[in-house]
Write a protein that binds this ligand. Structure first.
Ligand SMILES: Cc1ncc(C[n+]2csc(CCOP(=O)(O)OP(=O)(O)O)c2C)c(N)n1
Ligand SMILES: [Mg+2]
Length: 583
């Protein structure tokens, strides 16, 4: 938590004895810890907090819905390793922000949801206060930690505890409850200043045990068909050079999970992404780096991993590098758990590897290369087609080129087919540039992520959105225009959830549950707030519009019309979708 010495903000009209109050202490505590941005939505009792924070020089980004503010805060946390702050009003505002808090906890993004709340005495007696709700109790099971501050002199401790909980160990979402009555409490300014805590070493390094490092290296050394899987924990760690070194010095093929794409460029010769379905069942030793064996990796078992049935384990042995000692054995046996922060663990592995590590057997590398070449050629053929109407492939072929030409741009991505095709088609070249739906596959992160990436990352943002996915946070295009952010939203518009060609099987007048208004003009939403709206139906038109958006850096929404029959139900995870046996 860097940052220079911050002058405490005292209330100017305090007379002889300078006093400060809850509002100023909250702001001072955050600033003291290097937090310079708040994502939120004002109202009772935090309106003055947003105003005073801005007056103190903090960046306050006001959203149209708390959920978007929460997603913005969480992804800012992922990008910076500093907790992103989301500020909401009580009960309904708090609940609107809560989905993002739970999502942050699930995805290990450090964020702090700060919500104003109503009077404790009234809430606890359930006497019907304005926006009455026992927020602390509701937040607790969804957060890594939850705290409430009742007295102004405890604000420093409350903020310090929230920061430590959010970023230390496995990061997560933290709830901080600030009742309305706390804010106007005034105390002596000097006592207030002394009560604040500048958190020392908020995310301490966790050095792995030497014997655990040896065990991991012994197992890796024994491998005939080794594989490395990089997860978003590896991306979060900001140990980019060490991770690249580890991959390159061992020569082991690797697979990046979605948000680890770009940790090494996707075009790296050791990337096995194009041979994923071959390497997972074939590998004999798999080293997971900041990746969990959850559903996204089929729990490390079943057919994906060469098991004979869904519950059957394949023959792999696993090394798992993870910050949490409880992660190992959560799904299958981990033969060599390596517990510590990713940077320290990877450095320790590198030290043990030295300079004379034998490359994996040529047979293994050759077999992967062969599959890759075949699959890449097949994909190139598909991408080169130019069907009318445009489909996911021909549209994303353009996006792929634009991202290649702008490797520093952030790529935000959500949808079903719009997500899966983008992930597999659009190569990433730099770490932490791909921001997507993460562990939950949650829709609605799009515009919040885009705002945070542009505001905090200060780079062009390209948001590739399914038309349904976009709808969850679409009103935030006003936020994008209001702060004049360099965000180019591309809606892959197939008229519905998954696809747009279903009809009502009941025969009534209502449309099918999955389809939307045909030929909706989403681009006009952006125009309504002064941004640029473009309607395109060919790859050439999409390319020009994207190039112009990146050149101008103006808020832009491109409504890219896609064949409404192009998608599959649930995208790549159709297998998780229970469907009725009786038709
Ligand atoms: C919060 C939330 N609600 C609902 C869903 C279920 N869901 C998964 S993908 C999706 C939308 C898919 O449609 P679209 O974004 O248009 O992508 P397409 O497949 O059409 O490209 C929905 C509603 C979800 N994942 N998250
Ligand atoms: Mg769609």
């Amino acid at each position: 938590m860097g940052g220079s010495v911050i002058e405490p903000s005292v209330t100017p009209d305090a007379g002889a004895m300078q006093v400060t109050d809850g509002f100023h202490l909250v702001i001072d505590a955050l600033r003291l810890n290097g937090i310079d941005t708040i994502f939120g939505l004002p109202g009772i009792p935090i309106t003055d907090l947003t105003r005073k924070a801005q007056a103190c020089g903090m960046r306050v980004i006001s959203f149209r819905h708390e959920q978007s503010a929460g997603y913005a805060a969480s992804i800012a946390g992922f990008m910076t390793q500093k907790p992103g702050i989301c500020l909401t009003v009580s009960a309904p505002g708090f609940l609107n922000g809560l989905t993002a808090l739970a999502n942050a906890t699930t995805n290990c993004f450090p964020m702090i949801l700060i919500s104003g709340s109503s009077e404790r005495e009234v809430v606890d007696l359930q006497q019907g206060d304005y926006e009455e709700m026992d927020q602390l109790a509701i937040a607790r099971p969804l957060a890594k930690a939850a705290f409430r501050v009742l007295h102004a002199e405890d604000i420093g401790v409350g903020v310090a505890r929230a920061i430590r909980a959010a970023v230390s160990g496995r990061p997560g979402g933290v709830y901080l409850d600030l009742p309305a009555r706390l804010f106007p409490q005034s105390i002596d300014a000097e006592a207030g200043r002394r009560s604040l805590i500048k958190v020392v070493d908020p995310a301490p390094r966790q050095i792995p045990a030497p014997e655990a490092v040896r065990r991991a290296l012994d197992l890796l050394r024994s491998a005939r068909k080794p594989l490395i899987i990089l997860g978003k924990g590896a991306a979060y760690a900001q140990a980019d050079a060490e991770i690249r070194n580890l991959v390159e010095r061992t020569g082991i093929p690797y697979l990046p999970m979605s948000m680890a794409k770009g940790l090494l460029p996707d075009t790296h010769e050791q990337s096995a992404s194009a041979a994923r379905s071959y390497v997972l069942p074939e590998a004999d030793v798999v080293m997971l780096v900041g990746a969990r064996l959850n559903w996204l990796l089929s729990h490390g078992k079943g057919k994906t991993w060469g098991g004979k049935s869904a519950k059957d384990w394949g023959g792999q042995k696993f090394v798992q590098v993870d910050i949490s000692p409880q992660e190992a054995d959560s799904n299958v046996r981990i033969d060599a758990p390596l517990v510590g922060d990713i940077g320290s663990c990877v450095s320790a592995l590198l030290a043990g590897i030295g300079s004379a590590w034998p490359k994996p057997p040529a047979e293994w590398l050759g077999a992967i290369a062969e599959r890759k070449t075949k699959n890449v050629a097949k994909m190139a053929e598909t991408l080169a087609k130019n069907p009318s109407p445009m489909n996911f492939h021909s549209a994303l072929n353009v996006v792929r080129d634009i991202v290649k030409a702008n490797p520093d741009a952030y790529l935000v991505n959500e949808g079903a087919n719009a997500l899966d095709f983008t992930r597999s088609i659009v190569d990433m070249y730099r770490p932490r540039k791909r921001l997507d739906v993460g562990t939950w596959g949650v829709m609605g992160v799009g515009m919040g992520f885009a705002v945070a990436a542009a505001a905090v990352g200060k780079q062009q943002v390209i948001a590739i959105e399914g038309d349904s996915a976009f709808g969850f946070s679409g009103m935030e295009v006003e936020t994008i225009c209001r702060y004049d952010l360099p965000v180019c939203v591309v809606i892959l518009n197939n008229n519905g959830v998954y696809r747009g060609d279903e009809t009502n099987v009941g025969g009534g007048r209502d449309p099918a549950p999955l389809v939307f208004v045909k030929d909706a003009r989403y681009e006009k939403l952006m125009e309504a707030f002064g941004g640029v709206g473009v309607h395109v139906s060919t790859p050439d038109a999409l390319r020009s519009a994207m190039q112009e958006a990146v050149r101008s850096r103006r808020p832009t929404l491109i409504n890219a019309v896609i064949d409404e029959t192009a998608g599959t139900e649930s995208g790549r995870i159709t297998n998780l979708n229970p469907s009725a046996k009786k038709k």
